[in-house]
Design a protein around this ligand. Structure first.
Ligand SMILES: Cc1cc2nc3c(=O)[nH]c(=O)nc-3n(C[C@H](O)[C@H](O)[C@H](O)COP(=O)(O)O)c2cc1C
Length: 364
């Protein structure tokens, strides 16, 4: 049995957390057309604090006025108005005793609503799988991306770093999560079939992780050692849900060891079902592999953990925290409901809206 439990306090670097339950990052495309978060998003994020979550990881936020924006009405953190919008949110969260971590992202090839650029960039000029998400105002195939040159790669590293510094220094966030998951730019570099580069950014699984590691190093240098910094990784992608890392368990262990060495404060792993075996030839989940390969690295587990017994099982498998996605939309008071044994609302797709409106989601 694990000695951790969902309502135990914890710390990530200097961030004190009152329990082990976080809100998973969820894009809500609820900012203004020019990426400024407003009142609707303030109300949306506040509910989770009142509902007992120890921390909120924000929706993915874009990091430059170039190729990073992913969706129309996505919030950015690249100019004074956007930072002021986020500052109102972080202030409200803090007034209520909550903590909030900014998830920073770059779309790469799967941008489908960028107000700054019409074209897309990627590690290699390869047609992305799947189709644009209709749910987020996209339609049809993704455009064919251009291959990034070295200068563009360095600009991306720098954009992550200076946006992170401003997220902490100006927008008032408590930490930074780098979005290395779900098919976006860093994951495109990490993925064998989207990265066919022959320079130092391509090659075996660790070489393909090198952009993610470079971003971690640059962000760490800019925000300092006391700021909580995490990385999110996944196998599945929004445009390729079933993807598995080609190098299997051996590759996963190399990745987790490299991430631990990079000096992050946590690894956020998301799978469709966090408890299930990660690969067909091993009984271990990704969380279990990470726990073995990086014994001291705090892990947040995500994916189908809405049932409190499953969430507790993730802690037993070696996770230190869980993050709740869809069920948190239906139950912004998920922690209070679990604590008080109040039945959970069933997640209904209509709740997505897809915007951050708070209708039908009163707290208990
Ligand atoms: C509406 C919606 C938007 C999402 N947006 C993001 C995002 O911006 N960044 C991210 O890393 N994951 C995003 N995800 C994935 C969730 O963080 C989470 O991994 C997924 O919902 C599985 O967890 P769950 O089973 O608890 O819902 C999104 C999921 C949903 C449902």
């Amino acid at each position: 049995m694990s000695d951790k439990h969902l309502f135990q306090s914890g710390t990530l670097n200097r961030l004190a957390l009152k329990n082990r339950i976080m809100v998973a990052p969820m894009t809500r495309i609820s900012a203004s057309v020019d990426g400024i978060p407003g009142e609707r998003m303030q109300l949306y994020y506040q509910r989770f604090v009142r509902g007992g979550f120890s921390a909120i990881i924000t929706e993915g936020i874009y990091i430059d006025e170039a190729w990073s924006q992913t969706y129309a009405f996505q919030a950015g953190l690249v100019n004074a108005k956007q930072r002021a919008g986020w500052r109102s949110i972080t202030d409200r969260v803090h007034q209520r005793g909550g903590k909030i971590i900014a998830q920073l992202m770059h779309a790469g090839a799967i941008s489908q609503g960028n107000i700054y650029r019409a074209d897309t960039l990627a590690p290699s000029s390869i047609q992305p799988r799947g189709e644009q998400l209709g749910f987020y105002h996209g339609h049809g195939a993704y455009p064919l991306p251009r291959e990034m040159d070295e200068e563009q790669i360095q600009q991306v590293i720098d954009s992550f770093a200076h946006t992170a510094a401003r997220a902490i220094g100006e927008a008032g966030f408590d930490g930074i999560e780098i979005h290395g998951a779900n098919g976006y730019l860093l994951d495109q570099f990490f993925t064998d079939y989207t990265n066919q580069r022959s320079d130092r950014w391509g090659g075996d699984i660790v070489a393909r992780l090198s952009l993610t590691l470079a971003v971690i190093a640059a962000v760490r240098q800019r925000v300092g050692h006391d700021v909580t910094l995490g990385i999110r990784l996944s196998q599945g992608k929004v445009n390729d849900l079933q993807h598995k890392w080609r190098e299997g368990e051996a590759g996963a262990r190399q990745v987790f060891a490299a991430i631990a060495e990079a000096g992050v404060d946590y690894l956020h792993l998301t799978e469709y079902d966090a408890l299930q075996p990660a690969f067909a030839d091993s009984p271990l989940s990704l969380v279990q592999m990470a726990r073995q390969a990086a014994p001291n690295l705090p892990i947040i587990a995500n994916g189908s953990l809405s049932d409190a017994n499953k969430a507790a099982q993730a802690l037993e498998q070696g996770a230190d925290y869980v993050s709740i996605g869809k069920s948190a939309l239906a139950n912004p008071d998920w922690p209070m409901r679990i604590r008080d044994a109040v039945e959970l609302r069933v997640f209904d797709k209509n709740l997505l809206a897809p915007s951050a409106d708070v209708k039908n989601c009163e707290l208990v």
